[in-house]
Design a protein around this ligand. Sequence first.
Ligand code: E4P
Length: 217
Amino acid sequence: MKFFVDTAEIDEIRELQATGLLDGVTTNPSLVAKSGRDFKEVIAEICDVVDGPVSAEVAATDYDGMVAEGNVLRKIAENVAIKVPLTVDGLKACKYFRDHDTMVNVTLCFSANQALLAAKVGATFISPFIGRLDDINLPGMDLIADIRTIYDNYAFTTEILAASIRSANHVSEAALAGADVATIPASVIRKMYDHPLTDKGLAAFVKDWKSTGQSII
Ligand code: E4P
């Protein structure tokens, strides 16, 4: 499973890049607003740090506007993936960018039918939002499994990018359901390392090693 980090904070991205875990980055207008940074500047900086896909979302909601904005964004770096919403115009824009050899992340997916449409227009990534479905008492993880079945039935190559991840359990559950990628907040990635038995076991090993009086170096 590939790990993308869901943030527009360059310091978090640098820190994660150093762990060797990072395969890409997703941003959205809310994350850019939170960063307080200039959008195009921050995307360029992220693309300098990360080799994998960096999703940059269009702000327009009409086809012409999305194409115009996406054409600006894709010139920033070769690893920019244009993020478009799952609407009629968004999927038309997806087709345009795929025809122009640019990666596209189709976002705001909440149903298997929507995912089917995105695959048919050649989306590079489809982003089903697990957490936001859970928020309204719908089983977000079932959507990942349904999309996996549909894509496998027809050998679609669109990658399933589990989004709106809120917990470490979401990550392992999405992996079990067959997601190709998870885009994860940095705080959740940090929690994935944790297990109380690891802490307890390590404390015991450190104590016992000290009692031997030995040194490896
Ligand atoms: C990623 O591409 C999405 O924009 C993001 O995962 C949304 O997460 P949220 O529902 O926690 O805002």
